[in-house]
Design a protein around this ligand. Structure first.
Ligand SMILES: [Mn+2]
Length: 331
C-alpha cells in the first residue's frame, strides 16, 4: 500500500511498536546528503525511542548540512555504527537501499528486521515492514499520522523536528504536494510547541556569503531552451573554489531558476570534487521530472528529482537538456 490514509497510517503503529518493544537495540537511518525531512524524521524518531526506553543509534552516511545544525538532538547522528547487534533498523525518508550510504549500509543490513517509513514513489521497496504514503508531502507528515493515536508525547523538540521536515519538503507550503491535511498536522505541531521563529531564522535567514556569491555564478552561467520554458545552469569545481562555497550551499538554487516566469522545467548540474556530476531537476505542474532523472539512473518525485552523471559537465548538460526538451513535449 503506498497511498495510505491518515487513519490507515495510524493503524500501522501498533504493529511497528510490537517490533520496537521486542528489539534490544535499534538503528535509525536515512539517506545520503540528508535534508530537513531526513534529519527531522530520524531525530524525532530518536526522541520517541527515548520515551519508549529503547537503546538505539542514529546513523547517517553524511554529516548534517550547516543550516540544520540547530536541530534538537543533532549531536546524536554518527556515521560510525557501534558493534552492538541490532534487532531492528528503521529507515526514514528512503526509497532505495543504495541511498543509505556505504559507511552505514553493513550495519543496516546486519539488523534482523528492516522497517521503512517513507513518502517517495517506491523504487526497490526495501523493508519487512513498509509504512509508506506517497500522498504525504514529507516523511515527517507520515510520522504525525503514525503517532496520531500513539502514546508518544509530541514534545516541543519532536514538534520542531517534524515541522522542519514538513516545511522543507513542501517549500514552506508552496509546492503542490501541500495538502489541507499537511497544514492541519503542521498546525498541531505549532500547538505542541514547535519553534517556528527559530526554524525560519536558522534555515532562511542564515545564508553564508560564499553561497550567495556562488548563486551569482550560477545565474551568470544560466542557459535557456525551448522558448525559455527550460532553464539550466552548471557549476564547476572552480566555481566552488573561487567563491569559497561548498556543495550544500547550492541548496535551493534550482528552485530559483524555476521561479522565472516563463520557466516550467529547471535543472542544475554541479561538478563534485571527484569529477562526478550531480543533477537536480525541478518542474511546475504535471511535468514528470522522474522521466528525465531515470534516463540518468536517478529518481525522485514528479516535481523534484535528482541523478548523477560520469560524463564531463558540458556533455552531461547537453544530454540533460535534450532529455528535458523531449520531456516537455511528451511527459
Ligand atoms: Mn522527504
Amino acid at each position: 500500500m503506498t497511498e495510505a490514509s491518515p487513519e490507515q497510517l495510524a493503524a500501522m503503529w501498533p504493529g511497528l511498536l510490537t517490533e520496537i518493544q521486542a528489539a534490544n537495540h535499534i538503528l535509525l537511518a536515512s539517506h545520503v546528503n540528508p535534508d530537513g525531512d531526513a534529519l527531522g524524521s530520524a531525530l524525532a524518531f530518536s526522541f520517541a525511542l527515548d520515551q519508549l526506553g529503547k537503546s538505539h543509534e542514529v546513523l547517517f552516511h553524511h554529516p548534517a548540512p550547516k543550516y540544520l545544525n540547530f536541530l534538537p538532538g543533532i549531536e546524536r547522528i554518527t556515521n560510525q555504527p557501534s558493534d552492538k547487534p541490532a534487532d531492528l533498523a528503521i529507515l526514514l525518508d528512503l526509497e532505495a537501499m543504495s541511498r543509505v550510504g556505504d559507511t552505514i549500509l553493513p550495519a543496516i543490513e546486519s539488523a534482523k528486521k528492516l522497517a521503512v517509513i517513507d513518502h517517495h514513489q517506491p523504487n526497490e521497496e526495501p523493508g519487512d515492514i513498509r509504512i509508506v504514503s506517497t500522498k504525504s508531502p514529507a516523511t515527517a507528515a507520515v510520522l504525525c499520522d503514525l503517532w496520531r493515536d500513539a502514546s508518544i508525547e509530541i514534545t516541543p523538540d519532536i514538534a520542531t523536528l517534524l515541522l522542519v521536515g514538513i516545511l522543507t519538503d513542501t517549500g514552506n507550503f508552496r509546492y503542490p504536494n501541500t495538502t489541507p491535511h499537511s497544514m492541519h498536522v503542521a498546525a498541531d505541531l505549532l500547538e505542541a510547541g514547535a519553534k517556528l521563529r527559530e526554524i525560519n531564522e536558522a534555515i532562511y535567514l542564515n545564508k553564508p556569503l560564499p553561497a550567495v556569491k556562488l548563486f551569482g555564478k550560477a545565474l551568470s552561467n544560466l542557459r535557456l531552451a525551448a522558448d525559455n520554458q527550460i532553464a539550466y545552469t552548471t557549476l564547476k569545481q572552480s566555481d566552488f573554489t573561487n567563491s569559497g562555497a561548498i556543495e550544500e550551499d547550492t541548496e535551493g538554487f534550482v528552485n530559483e531558476l524555476l521561479a522565472i516566469d516563463t520557466v516550467r522545467l529547471a535543472a542544475i548540474l554541479r561538478e563534485s570534487a571527484s569529477g562526478r556530476i550531480k543533477i537536480s531537476i525541478r518542474s511546475q505542474g504535471p511535468i514528470d521530472t522522474t522521466q528525465i532523472a531515470k534516463q540518468f539512473g536517478g529518481g525522485g518525485h514528479i516535481n523534484a528529482s535528482g541523478a548523477h552523471s560520469d560524463d564531463s559537465i558540458d556533455l552531461a548538460a547537453e544530454k540533460l537538456v535534450a532529455a528535458m526538451i523531449q520531456c516537455l513535449e511528451s511527459c
